[in-house]
Design a protein. Structure first.
Length: 169
């Protein structure tokens, strides 16, 4: 099946795999920076699982059609959606502003990113990836790297963060 995807739209397939490689890298870095977090194991798994799933797509794109890949991805998305709901409710009820300055806001956004990416990857091995999926993937892939760079450059934005958020990288 992977050969069919490559032959029909090879450049789209190449961009798709490249996006998954970059998201694998991003999720791996996101997992690594959790090392100083008080609940590091939870968040390392929260980013490490999508990193591994993206790595499998880079290695073999049709893996998204296997039962094991789908079940792990579905379980991760389900748990993430539950945690997103709880964190979102906390942000809403406490009327927190400047969401990226609040740990709950950053955690919520990180889980939304992992869930959105895994949903975008779902069934991508079934047929050739199309221009809409690839263009969405490029936009989603660029965003976290640009945001991370922006926050890294602007130290004023990180000044109110707890120390465990600023010491890993």
């Amino acid at each position: 099946m992977g050969e069919v995807c490559q032959k029909q739209q090879p450049w789209l397939f190449g961009v798709w795999r490249t996006c998954n490689a970059f998201m694998c890298l991003f999720f791996t870095l996101a997992s690594y920076v959790q090392i100083n977090d008080p609940d590091a194991g939870l968040w390392m798994a929260g980013y490490g699982i999508p990193a591994a799933l993206c790595g499998f797509i880079v290695w073999r794109a049709e893996v998204t059609e296997t039962l094991a890949w789908r079940r792990v991805a579905d379980l991760h998305v389900t748990i993430s959606c539950a945690v997103i709901s709880m964190l979102g409710w906390k942000v809403f009820t406490q009327k927190l502003s400047e969401i990226f300055q609040q740990e709950e806001g950053r955690e919520c956004c990180g889980l939304m990113l992992t869930s959105a990416w895994l949903l975008l990857c779902r069934h991508s091995g079934r047929a050739p990836v199309g221009a809409l999926r690839v263009s969405t993937a490029v936009a989603v892939t660029v965003f976290p790297f640009v945001a991370w760079l922006y926050y890294y450059i602007n130290k004023d934005l990180r000044s109110a963060w707890p120390s465990h958020c600023t010491t890993a990288l």
